[in-house]
Design a protein around this ligand. Structure first.
Ligand SMILES: Cc1cc2nc3c(=O)[nH]c(=O)nc-3n(C[C@H](O)[C@H](O)[C@H](O)COP(=O)(O)OP(=O)(O)OC[C@H]3O[C@@H](n4cnc5c(N)ncnc54)[C@H](O)[C@@H]3O)c2cc1C
Ligand code: FES
Length: 285
């Protein structure tokens, strides 16, 4: 059993949680993820390690409530426990002293980009961060990102803070002002990462993205998380989750992400309608 040591709602449908898992915290590195299962009947879901504390033995998670399992997880509080917590999984992010790195986080993607930006900074890079969200209330990790960035630019869709518009417009401005960019990292919704790569491809800028393909085992055995990168079939869980964004087949991945949409919707609807959370006959209304 893994104890939750902290749980807080950061914004509507956005949760932060620390989980006590000393063996995971000992080995965790930027870019890796865990797979958890809340209870015996629960499904396994992957979440990125947004931070870790080796001394306390804790792993920090930031997650959006999008369906049944994330809703069940969001209902847990400090002191509650999680049945399974496997990790760290996936390859750690490649960290080098490239020069100037632009780190782009979209929505909840800002959480996983933070440990990467911190590692790039520690390696001697100049960090320009672009953090985007729907509005000022949904912004996360602003202070943390400011602490590891030489320049931090906020963008909100509704203009309630920073640049009024998308992170891609800010990236284009940085390119237009003549900044010499050596590496770009983008983490966020698939359409956002695809749009970033559309720009960086034009300027031939090395770009890394983190792919959130649907996963089951997380160890390269089920084949569920396969993605096409540079014409080759790779597994997100063991070959990633970081990949060369200029080579990713985003169209295929976006289609694959929607594959279980009706089942996911049904499961979430049943969960919301039934007190037991399972849609059983007993509590059917
Ligand atoms: C490596 C990796 C890291 C991730 N890190 C984060 C994170 O830090 N924060 C965060 O909010 N989300 C993260 N996700 C996405 C998260 O796993 C899904 O939101 C979660 O599984 C949804 O489960 P659900 O039952 O609440 O929703 P569901 O209704 O089951 O699904 C909603 C959507 O979530 C995605 N999803 C569902 N099941 C899985 C699965 N087993 N594996 C991957 N995606 C799935 C699909 O796109 C689906 O349409 C990550 C995904 C991957 C692959
Ligand atoms: S999740 Fe099964 S192969 Fe990657």
């Amino acid at each position: 059993m893994y104890k939750i040591t902290y749980a807080e709602q950061l914004a509507p449908n956005l949760m932060a949680m620390d989980v006590e898992a000393p063996p995971v915290a000992r080995k965790a590195a930027a870019g890796q993820f865990i797979i958890l299962r809340i209870n015996e009947t629960g499904e396994r879901i992957p979440l990125t390690i947004s931070d870790y504390d080796r001394e306390k033995g804790t792993i920090s998670l930031i997650f959006q409530v999008v369906g049944k399992t994330t809703a069940l997880l969001a209902a847990l509080r400090g002191g509650d426990t999680i049945l399974d917590f496997a990790g760290p999984l996936g390859l750690a992010t490649e960290v080098e002293n490239w020069g100037t790195v632009v780190c782009i986080g979209g929505g909840v993607g800002t959480a996983p980009i933070y440990p990467q930006a911190r590692a790039f900074k520690a390696a001697g890079n100049k960090i320009i961060s672009i953090v985007g969200s729907r509005n000022a209330d949904s912004l996360i990790y602003e202070d943390k990102m400011a602490a590891v960035s030489d320049e931090l630019i906020i963008a909100t869709d509704d203009g309630s803070k920073g640049h009024h518009g998308f992170v891609t417009q800010v990236l284009q401005k940085i390119i237009d002002r003549g900044e010499k960019i050596d590496h770009v990292v983008a983490i966020g919704p698939l359409p956002m990462m695809r749009a970033v790569c559309h720009i960086t491809k034009e300027y031939n800028l090395k770009t890394s993205v983190s792919l959130n393909a649907i996963m089951v085992d997380g160890t390269g055995m089920c084949g569920c998380c396969r993605v096409t990168v540079g014409g080759k079939t790779l597994f997100s869980c063991v070959d990633g989750p970081d990949f060369d964004g200029l080579e990713v087949d985003f169209e295929e991945l976006i289609l694959r992400q929607r594959r279980f949409h009706s089942e996911e919707k049904l499961s979430f609807d049943l969960h919301r309608r039934h007190a037991c959370g399972e849609g059983c006959q007993k509590c059917r209304k």
